[in-house]
Design a protein around this ligand. Structure first.
Ligand code: IFM
Length: 454
């Protein structure tokens, strides 16, 4: 297998980017905070991970990185790296333990302190409202399969942003609708772990609908800089056979075109509606104009590509049965191919097909690496090379006039990588999950040097 490049320093420099370009880093609540602290309610990730076989070694986010108690030091790390922005998420289950009704004041106070802590350090807060903690009480009534939950979500969005909205630089309704929909309700790999086309199809519509209701609720509060974060893979056929071309089109439609179609064209792609239309909730067509209400920005998470062939879809109904993973490029610890060109292509395609002049941000990009702490240091040169190659794609996109405004590295620190537990280390800061000690890796130091150079 080809090996990953090693590279001790960034070859791109801060000065090549526009002065107002923003560099930041991203995390999410369940992956770092510790869900057992501070009156947080149960989320479907607590229940999913408590079920044997769902998460490796039965790990969970009950303590995670203990960020709930160590947030000040963690924000110091963001500031000391020279990063101007921090993308974090609020946990629905922490703010509203039952998903609706009573608010856990301690939870909201925590996020209030966190936002003030960022501002005191000169870091711009970028809030994501849903990075996957569906309160278990709402999962029990069907979670995203239940239309009523879209109203509860809008209430939650309003409760959080009434408190924090005056101080955050941007707000995203959702992180990665594809994962919430397909990875969680069709492949069954994430909470709630369903493998059900009907469930996935309902979620494919109710998540955009919930997004639109939250946007309307926040517009009613007069809030600005509202958007959503979607994830994309660069998807192409493995070969030129008609079967592979057809399979890749379906995979790409479900992964890349479905949500953007709804959000920016008020229509889901017809070829995918043909496949799942019978499972969509009745009356879905009437929601489309609301779903496409104007946004202020779009966030793009990009990590890898997928090469699809005929065998990746079901012979009967052409639905994907697996995510194509067949190329011969070097791979990260996630077994994901490193394909920086895909980022440039996706940015251009999104601008040309959907968003035009709308500001774009890369809200996640990064890699899991076999990082080892040796004599107090982690030499993650592969991560520097990975980020450097993707930064170059961002620069090329800016040169082409694509309105790319920001880049958030995933992630600040090693954390709970969902069903894969704590083994997959994505951080620029190493976390010892016994002592919770943080150790900045070589990539953190290299980025600080890059950002501080004139
Ligand atoms: O850790 C996740 C994150 O929660 C969502 N985007 C992809 C990351 C890496 O898998």
């Amino acid at each position: 297998m080809p090996v990953l490049a090693r590279q001790p320093a960034f070859t791109v420099s801060r000065g090549q980017f526009p002065d107002d370009f923003v560099f930041g880093t991203s995390t999410s609540a369940y992956q770092i905070e510790g869900s057992s602290f501070g009156g947080c309610g149960l989320s479907h990730w607590d229940t999913f991970s408590a079920t044997p076989g769902n998460v490796v070694r039965s790990e969970n986010g009950s303590i995670a990185c203990d960020h709930y108690h160590r947030w000040e030091g963690d924000l110091d790390l963001v500031r000391d790296a020279g990063l101007q922005a921090y993308r974090f998420s609020t946990s629905w289950a922490r703010v509203m333990p039952k998903g609706c009704g009573a608010i856990n004041q301690e939870g909201l106070d925590f996020y209030d302190k966190l936002v003030d802590g960022m501002l005191e350090r000169g870091i711009a807060p970028h809030l994501t409202l849903y990075h996957w903690e569906m309160p278990s009480a709402l999962e029990a009534i069907g979670g995203w399969r239940n239309r009523d939950v879209t109203d509860h979500y809008a209430d939650y969005a309003q409760a959080v942003t009434k408190r924090l909205g005056d101080r955050v630089a941007s707000i995203a309704t959702f992180n990665e609708p594809w994962c919430i929909t397909w990875y969680s309700h069709y492949y069954g790999a994430h909470a709630p772990g369903l493998r059900d086309i009907c469930a996935a199809s309902r979620v494919a519509h109710f998540v955009p609908l919930a997004h639109s209701k939250a946007i309307a609720a926040m517009r009613a509060l007069g809030l600005k800089n509202l958007g959503i974060v979607c994830n994309f893979e660069h998807i192409s056929p493995l070969d030129n056979s008609p079967g592979s071309i057809k399979a890749a089109k379906v995979a790409e439609g479900i992964y890349n075109r479905w949500f953007l179609g709804g959000l920016f064209k008020a229509e889901y792609p017809a070829d995918i509606v043909d496949l799942i239309g019978t499972h969509l909730p009745s009356g879905w067509e009437q929601d489309m104009a609301d779903i496409a209400a104007p946004l202020d920005w779009l966030g793009i998470n990009y990590y890898t590509r997928a090469l699809i062939s005929e065998g990746d879809t079901q012979p009967g109904n052409a639905l994907p049965i697996q995510v194509g993973n067949k190329g011969d490029l070097p791979r990260t610890e996630m077994d994901w191919e490193v394909y920086p060109e895909g980022l440039g292509n996706i940015l251009e395609w999104i601008r040309d097909t959907y968003t035009g002049d709308l500001p774009l941000a890369i809200t996640e990009n990064g890699m899991a690496n076999k990082d080892k702490l040796v004599n107090g240091a982690v030499d993650d040169q592969e991560r520097i090379a990975y980020l450097d190659a993707h930064f170059k794609q961002a620069l090329a996109a800016i040169d082409k006039g694509i309105p790319l405004r920001a880049y958030f590295v995933w992630s600040l620190m090693d954390n709970f990588e969902w069903a894969l537990g704590y083994d997959k280390r994505f951080g620029m800061v190493h976390v010892d999950f016994d002592s919770f000690e943080r150790t900045p890796k070589a990539s953190y130091h290299a980025l600080r040097t890059m950002l501080s150079a004139l």
